[in-house]
Write a protein that binds this ligand. Structure first.
Ligand code: NDP
Ligand code: OXD
Length: 308
């Protein structure tokens, strides 16, 4: 009998995905899930409902069409299924350009120049000293490492923080909770690229952000649950932080009444720093399904006890 794959990503039109998987995996039976659908061996998902997982107890692989599995791990999962996250698939280069853009835009004061130009003013600002703007990257995984290497290309001092020790050329690395205060004190731009887990929820708060070099700028491109919104606002209003670039929020879309929309020193983008690219994603997941069926190891298998 043909291998059966069920597709359950309610935020996107299923048809182009199904056509892509049929082309990549000829002979495989892939359909969009609906309640009561037959049992499948593998699932391709984004934020599926609990009913989907309850009705598919025989799944061997659950392939997330994103890198972060926090929403999936909140659900009751079939006991025999391996959860596989998206492993780059074109996201790390997007993340690197987004973060470098945010850092360069703020370091070079491009918004100030734009305001001057809008008023017809030919003005210069004193060049800033790069060494006074060290960049700290929280999370040195698939995305964080690529971002750290990209930022280092601009000769900023780069610090990186992870759970386990890492060695990356051009990056001063720190690991573990005990090293967090030193990592923060050594950083002025702070980039969050952590997974959202029990250990990292609310990690961007009054205490941690208060340890950054004064005049800091926070770039959160991971999950809204990492940031305590009111603590960020208080530190911006006190002048300790100079600004923030926020791509992710506790509630998405960001509610119309949320103060982040109108804060003069916060830039909001709609969870778009690194988008899932359909063709790359299909190719990666199809390759992993075939590898799993041959009994081979695949990259990106999530450890539910760690939460990522
Ligand atoms: P990875 O799993 O590859 O990397 C996670 C990194 O975080 C690792 O370096 C890990 O440390 C570190 N980490 C985890 N827990 C802790 C902890 N308690 N203390 C210190 N470090 C910790 O993930 P990715 O790089 O692929 O993605 C990161 C996150 O980015 C995703 O989980 C997702 O939430 C977000 N994301 C956002 C997107 C957007 O559009 N805004 C798009 C894609 C992803 P170690 O290496 O030691 O294990
Ligand atoms: C992801 C995301 O986790 O898009 O991949 O946020």
């Amino acid at each position: 009998m043909a291998l059966r794959i069920t597709f359950c990503c309610s935020h996107t039109k299923a048809e182009p995905w199904l056509a892509g998987f049929r082309a990549a995996l000829p002979g495989v039976d892939i359909t969009e899930w609906a309640p009561g659908a037959p049992q499948a061996e593998h699932a391709v998902v984004w934020s599926p409902p609990q009913q989907f997982l309850d009705e598919q107890p025989a799944l061997r692989g659950i392939f997330n069409t994103g890198a972060g599995v926090d929403a999936l791990l909140k659900l009751r999962l079939p006991p025999g299924a391996r959860i596989v996250r998206l492993d780059d698939a074109g996201m790390s280069v997007q993340m690197a350009e987004f973060v470098c853009h945010a850092i360069v835009r703020n370091f070079r004061e491009f918004d100030g120049y734009a305001a001057d130009v809008a008023e017809g003013r030919w003005s210069y600002r004193k060049p800033r000293v790069r060494a006074e703007y060290p960049v700290g990257i929280m999370g040195l995984g698939v995305l964080g490492e690529r971002v750290a290497r990209a930022v280092a290309q601009f000769d900023f001092p780069v610090n990186g923080w992870s759970r386990t020790p890492k060695q990356i050329d051009g990056v001063r690395t720190f690991h573990g909770m005990a090293a967090l205060p030193d990592f923060l004190a050594a950083s002025r731009f702070l980039v969050c690229l952590l997974p959202l887990t029990g250990d990292t929820r609310d990690i961007l708060n009054r205490d941690t952000l208060g340890r950054l070099t004064p005049g800091g700028h926070v770039i959160n491109v991971a999950r809204g649950g990492h940031l305590v919104d009111d603590d960020l606002l208080a530190l911006l209003d006190s002048g300790h932080l100079a600004g923030a670039t926020l791509d992710v929020f506790r509630t998405e879309p960001l509610p119309a009444e949320h103060p982040f929309w109108r804060h003069p020193r916060i830039t909001v983008t709609p969870h778009t720093s690194a988008r899932t690219l359909r063709d790359e994603t299909i190719a990666q997941i199809a390759g992993k399904i075939l590898a799993m069926e041959r009994g081979e190891a695949v990259a990106g298998v999530v450890d539910p006890s760690k939460g990522y």
